[in-house]
Write a protein that binds this ligand. Structure first.
Ligand SMILES: [Zn+2]
Ligand SMILES: [Zn+2]
Length: 325
């Protein structure tokens, strides 16, 4: 069976001798149709994020068709198209029990601490394979998982229709946050230094932030770059909520003095909670309210996956890879 494996930093190989997946009783086996390449996959590829073993199957934002079901699986049938929720929480620990599966310490993070999905076929716990209608644009599925991340951050922030929000960054996550805000009837105002990316956000219906745009009560940080946040702080009104999605190991560029005097609320948002956040995001695409494919730019064939990873950082938008034919 074909798969794309990392053998060393920046070295990917397309192999055809990976063993077939053996589904557990509660798993389904999925034949890959497409997979989006994410920043965290690139961190693995570049060697910045250690993986348990090599060769390592990469990738996590996958969709495909069910080709087999485990003996205990109900409610899934062979032939259905599914999109994978690639964080398998244990559903049994204290965090999972209070609904915060994103914080589960036992979470299998696909492509990071559990093998990835850029393979001809793979096994997934049935509850983490969400059936989707056949008539959806597969491009919307290739960018679906990061849309679920963006939508969850927007939902957690509690923003409502008509509110204005400052969005830092118009990479894939910034575009998808903007799209989620627009779907809600809120107004994204985007800060993005790269003109090509900014133009994509504006084409979507967001506004480019002017130098004098201030007084924001909502901020969404998607760049993961502390300097971007520092530069945006003067634009906030007292009482603002800052929702942080991008990850940066550097300390926050603000003091407790600024937080207290500014009456600021700082909220972190990591992925999504199982299963409702993924389902809510699916409702958005099946109803046609959003099209996450706006975040995509380049498609590669499965055989060209090594080139897709090598070139991904240089693309204006998100890269995706088709399943093997
Ligand atoms: Zn991702
Ligand atoms: Zn758990």
């Amino acid at each position: 069976m074909k798969a794309v494996v990392l053998t060393a930093p920046r070295r990917l190989a397309v192999v055809d001798d990976l063993p077939e997946p053996v589904p557990g009783p509660g798993d389904v086996v999925v034949a890959l149709e497409g997979l989006g390449v994410c920043g965290s996959d690139l961190s693995v590829y570049e060697g910045h994020r250690a993986v348990p073993a090599t060769p390592w199957v990469v990738g996590h934002e996958a969709f495909g068709r069910i080709v087999a079901t485990g003996s205990a699986v109900t409610g899934h049938t062979v032939g259905r198209r599914v999109v994978v929720e690639p964080n398998y929480a244990c559903l049994d620990c204290a965090d999972c029990r209070r609904g915060l599966t994103s914080a589960c310490p036992h979470r299998a993070i696909v492509g990071m601490n559990a093998p990835g999905l850029l393979a001809e076929r793979f096994a997934v716990p049935a509850g983490f394979a969400h059936a989707v209608p056949d008539d959806l644009d597969v491009r919307d599925l290739a960018a679906f998982e990061p849309y679920a991340v963006a939508r969850t951050a927007v939902a957690r922030s509690g923003i409502t229709k008509g509110e204005r929000a400052l969005v830092l960054g118009a990479g894939a996550q910034g575009l998808l946050v903007s799209q989620s805000l627009l779907a809600l009837g809120a107004e994204p105002v985007v800060v993005e230094l790269q003109p090509g990316r900014l133009a994509r956000a504006v084409a979507l219906g967001a506004t480019a932030a002017g130098d004098d745009d201030r007084g924001f009560l909502r901020l969404y940080e998607t760049t993961g770059a502390a300097p971007a946040l520092a530069a945006a702080l003067p634009r906030l009104a007292p009482g603002a909520t800052l929702t942080l999605i991008g990850l940066d190991p550097a300390p926050l560029p603000l003091t407790t003095d600024q937080v207290v005097r500014g009456l600021l609320t700082i909220q972190g948002s990591l992925i999504y909670d199982h299963p409702h956040d993924f389902r809510a995001a699916l409702d958005d695409i099946t109803s046609g309210r959003v099209h996450p494919s706006v975040a995509l730019t380049t498609r590669y064939a499965f055989q060209d996956a090594p080139r897709a990873f090598a070139e991904a950082r240089g693309q204006a938008g998100k890269t995706w890879i088709e399943g093997p034919r």
